[in-house]
Design a protein around this ligand. Structure first.
Ligand SMILES: *[C@@H]1O[C@H](CO)[C@@H](O)[C@H](O)[C@H]1NC(C)=O
Ligand SMILES: *[C@@H]1O[C@H](CO)[C@@H](O)[C@H](O)[C@H]1NC(C)=O
Ligand SMILES: *[C@@H]1O[C@H](CO)[C@@H](O)[C@H](O)[C@H]1NC(C)=O
Length: 398
């Protein structure tokens, strides 16, 4: 019916050809600028549409996160980004010399990978030796670092490899773990799972390391795991970890989310606390270093670069204050800040040539410090040759 009437309309218009033409001519004349305007309008509309889409995306993220806390977990752990890609974890020598790969199973269903870099002084001997020789080497009196990496990537990431190299060159054993869900490790990532993994590694090492100092060293997200582990050892087993090193730490994950630059665009979002910050707990993510350090009696060394663009140095300042306020041995709590001019950022404290000496001076083997009756990490360090004078590092006291 409609078609017909249209046709009818068309037919009716036909007799008045001249008028039609005239109109058409006028329309054609008007069409040029109109088409330009239309195009501009469409373009504007597209941009508006794009902006609208972006806004909707921006605005829906907090709600989606609130509804699905597991998404937030993925976003925080970033374990699915197993960078660098295509690593053959069985061949650590591609990345690090005198390093072996091994696996541990802390509980059924979870097997995680570890790279053990030997002290450089044992490099020659280590050639061609089997895994059991490397295990025995842990008792050689060189200090042992359990290196707990941050979120994202795996144990082959360049800044992690660099830290392992620097510290093993300085005659530390370095054991770099990929917690469950990272790298070639199996299992699902979770805060309690990470803590379980590292506790298991700690016991495995202690069973082999004799009198050697064992340092629990966390970087970034790993600092939260480090303090969880040290606290669990203290409270459940009465064990005091020889030393805890916190590289670019944060007070707890909620405060971190509220202050790290990444979340800046949501800071003013209505309901940011409820939608995002509260969801941290719903996703079982706490990383309460601020609570943990109050319980510990271990020496703690905090390291933070003033130009850290991921976790602001204010986190270390606060954590340091909390730890020092509550510690029975205030001298055992140290905070070393690195000037922004050095440009170490979040990941490159290993570039500081003094770092290994600083750590070594703070982590004498226990029987040595017991012999000279001075507490570990005590004021003897004030006479230590360089850091107070070179300007490359800066001690911060309360
Ligand atoms: C291992 O050591 C050799 C000899 O010092 C060196 O040429 C090579 O670059 C090192 N490999 C790695 C991955 O550091
Ligand atoms: C550890 O130190 C104690 C006391 O100095 C010593 O008796 C013991 O033999 C040492 N153990 C090992 C494995 O070196
Ligand atoms: C540490 O103690 C001082 C003095 O008692 C206090 O002013 C400060 O607020 C405390 N800091 C923290 C982070 O608890």
């Amino acid at each position: 019916m409609k078609r017909r009437s249209e046709r009818g309309g068309e037919a009716a218009a036909r007799p008045d050809g001249s008028q039609g033409k005239g109109l058409g001519g006028a329309a054609a004349g008007a069409l040029q600028p109109a088409a330009g305007g239309l195009l501009a309008y469409l373009q504007k509309f597209k941009i508006k549409r794009l902006l609208l889409d972006l806004f909707i995306l921006y605005a829906s993220v907090p709600f989606v996160i609130r509804l699905f806390p597991s998404l937030l977990r993925k976003f925080v752990y970033l374990n699915f980004l197993s960078y660098p890609f295509g690593v053959d974890f069985q061949k650590p020598e591609v990345y690090l010399n005198h390093t072996v790969n091994f696996y541990l199973t802390p509980e059924p269903g979870v097997t995680y990978g570890v790279w053990h870099s030997l002290p450089d002084s044992r490099r020659k001997e280590a050639e061609g030796k089997d895994p059991s020789w490397h295990e025995e080497a842990l008792a050689d009196d060189n200090p042992v670092i359990l290196y707990l990496h941050g979120n994202g990537g795996n144990r082959a990431m360049s800044h992690r490899v660099r830290m392992a190299k620097v510290m093993s060159d300085a005659d530390f054993h370095v054991l770099a773990i990929d917690y469950r869900g990272y790298g070639d490790s199996t299992g699902d990532p979770s805060e309690t799972g990470f803590t379980t993994d590292v506790l298991f590694l700690y016991h495995w090492v202690k069973a082999r390391s004799g009198n050697s100092t064992v340092i629990v060293w966390g970087h970034s997200l790993g600092t939260g795991i480090a303090t969880n582990v040290a606290r669990a050892l203290k409270e459940k087993e009465g064990v005091t970890v020889d030393a805890v090193i916190l590289e670019a730490p944060f007070t707890n994950i909620r405060e971190a989310a509220a202050t790290i630059p990444v979340t800046k665009i949501y800071r003013k979002f209505p309901g940011f606390e409820y939608l995002i910050l509260d969801t941290m707990a719903r996703a079982d993510m706490y990383f309460y270093s601020d609570r943990n350090v109050q319980v510990l009696s271990s020496p703690i060394l905090m390291l933070h670069s003033e130009d850290d663009g991921i976790i602001p140095i204010t986190h270390s300042r606060k954590l340091f204050e909390i730890a020092r306020n509550t510690s029975q041995k205030k001298d055992a709590i140290r905070f070393l800040s690195f000037p922004a001019s050095e440009g170490y950022g979040h990941d490159h404290l290993s570039s500081n040539p003094e770092l290994p000496d600083i750590v070594k001076a703070r982590t004498k083997n226990r029987h040595e410090t017991e012999d000279d009756r001075s507490p570990p990490w005590d004021l003897q360090f004030l006479s230590f040759r360089s850091p107070l004078h070179t300007g490359r590092v800066r001690w911060v006291y309360g």
